[in-house]
Design a protein around this ligand. Structure first.
Ligand SMILES: Nc1ncnc2c1ncn2[C@@H]1O[C@H](COP(=O)(O)OP(=O)(O)O)[C@@H](O)[C@H]1O
Ligand SMILES: [Mg+2]
Length: 258
């Protein structure tokens, strides 16, 4: 059964059509990688999934119910720009992700529960390679470190749906590989449904179970904003991914965009 159903959505800002006639059904636990030209509406699509914006037309349902207008703990998000709390230490930035859902009224835990939350947060920070920076403030971290902090923050909440908007773009190649492994591990451990936008096609092919390509099918050179993007390719990746893991990925999977 479909977990998330996108039913003929359009997104328009004034007379600028960004997305048109988007339809998609996603099962729980799927990992959708998304690629497409810059400005074609991928981040817009994630904002719609997050419930931050409502589509101009069409509907999105989650578990058969319309998406709630307010983002809640069922959906976590990592944007391409850092979204950490500047006034909290690295450790507190991640601990609060455990505290908020458990203590919505105060947003804080105390005593043994607090210690357990801090311990869990410290373990996640170790996984993203930030153990040495627990007491630092975001402003004291490099861009890549802030991004890893944002990743730890989203992962610790174990959301039902994880939305990732070019989360690894700013990271060094070695660290990016570590983050890929961590993401796949967490995804394997939970039944998390993942939507990940990437500008790196090989990352999309390697990480997803499904690759969605956003593109415009109609273009009017005199009115570039008249038509929006749709999902033009929807490629199942299970076999590709398995062969990628065993190191025998065929080269022709890269032929799509050339
Ligand atoms: N709130 C908004 N108001 C007006 N235009 C917007 C808004 N959000 C996005 N857009 C426009 O929608 C288009 C798609 O943007 P975006 O979703 O960020 O693309 P992508 O993430 O694929 O690069 C861009 O032209 C952008 O300027
Ligand atoms: Mg974007």
């Amino acid at each position: 059964m479909s977990f998330i159903t996108i039913n003929n959505i359009w997104q328009e800002y004034g007379d600028h059509v960004v997305l048109e006639r988007l339809n998609l059904q996603v099962k729980e636990g799927e990992f959708c990688s998304m690629v497409g030209a810059s400005g074609c509406g991928k981040s817009t699509f994630l904002r719609l999934l997050l419930g931050q914006e409502a589509p101009s037309r069409g509907s999105i349902t989650l578990d058969g119910k319309p998406l709630t207008a307010e983002p809640d703990s069922s959906r976590g998000v990592v944007f391409q720009r850092y979204s950490v709390f500047p006034h909290l230490t690295v450790l507190d930035n991640v601990t609060i992700g455990i505290e908020l859902p458990q203590s919505p009224l105060f947003g804080r835990l105390f005593g043994a529960k607090k210690r357990a939350a801090r311990e869990q947060a410290a373990q996640m920070l170790e996984k993203v390679g930030l153990s040495h920076a627990l007491q630092k403030y975001p402003a004291q971290l490099s861009g890549g470190m802030q991004q890893r902090l944002a990743i730890a923050q989203a992962f610790i909440m174990q959301p039902r749906v994880l939305l990732l908007d070019e989360p690894f773009g700013a990271l060094d190649p070695g660290i990016r590989k570590d983050m890929h492994a961590l993401l796949l591990q967490l995804w394997g451990e939970t039944r998390m449904t993942v939507f990940m936008v990437t500008h790196d096609l090989s990352e999309g092919f390697n990480l997803g179970t499904r690759l969605l390509v956003f593109d415009k099918v109609r273009i009017d050179p005199h009115a570039p904003q008249a038509y929006g993007a749709r999902i033009t390719y929807d490629i199942p990746l299970n076999e590709t991914r398995l062969s990628a893991l065993s190191g025998t990925r065929p080269d022709n999977v890269y032929a799509l965009r050339s």
